[in-house]
Design a protein around this ligand. Structure first.
Ligand code: GSH
Length: 212
């Protein structure tokens, strides 16, 4: 038995949503621990040389990190590896890689690619994530010009497509690979579905109940 597993998360983090999606699908009993987005390194310093979320701590107190290996670990430890065993293993690995390179790069431009969306995103994040009194205000007002002006603009420029177009193209590519099945995994989701879900969920509008 041991302790109830925990997952250290940020609400708006795509990598955390990948793992959360799988945990909820498998109906595992896991406690979520929200970290302060300005102090991630400090809050997960119990894992050596990592400094990122998500961090999964299992019932034995062992820590597991990095969302894609974590998806595989949770499926293997709590689900007899059933999701990894769906369909062709090579196809699954190839698309997990696709999701982690293509989808992960598309989230920043859509959230911060215009000055309006950047402001909206940082204001929302400052309302729903855990922050200190000053860091919340600092993040909301100093965060958006940085994200928009430096990070997102560079990514949008590199790709050349408008953020929404890029996102639509990726979703088309992904759904075409479903081969007319409801999920990438076929009748039921596999690990790739949870990976793409994480990126999708992180750019989805946040329910107003959470930011009221
Ligand atoms: N490859 C990691 C990436 C995790 C990651 O970059 N998480 C972000 C939050 S969305 C983070 O904790 N960043 C803190 C930092 O890099 O200092 C994974 O897939 O879990």
């Amino acid at each position: 038995m041991g302790q109830t597993p925990t997952l250290h998360v940020l609400y708006t983090c795509p990598f955390c949503w990948k793992v959360r999606g799988l945990i909820e699908y498998l109906k595992l009993d896991v406690n979520y621990v929200s970290v302060n987005g300005m102090k991630i390194k400090k809050e997960v310093n119990f894992v050596e040389d990592w400094g990122k979320v998500p961090v999964f701590t299992d019932e034995k107190g062992e820590h597991h990190v990095d969302s894609t290996p974590l998806l595989k670990h949770i499926d293997s430890a709590y689900n007899n590896g059933k999701l990894a065993a769906i369909g062709d293993a090579e196809r699954q690995l190839e698309w997990l890689e696709w999701s982690d390179t293509k989808m992960s790069k598309a989230t920043i431009p859509i959230l911060y690619g215009t000055i309006g969306s950047a402001l909206k995103t940082t204001l929302k994040i400052s309302k729903i994530e855990k922050f200190g009194f000053f860091s919340r205000r600092l993040y909301a007002w100093a965060g958006f010009p940085i994200m928009w002006g430096i990070i997102a603009r560079k990514r949008v420029k590199n790709d050349g497509r408008k953020p929404k177009q890029l996102w639509h193209d990726l979703l088309t590519e992904f759904t075409e690979a479903h081969n007319a099945q409801p999920y990438f995994g076929g009748e039921t989701p596999d690990l790739v579905d949870f990976s793409v879900f994480g990126y999708m969920r992180s750019i989805s509008p946040i329910p107003s109940i959470l930011i009221a």
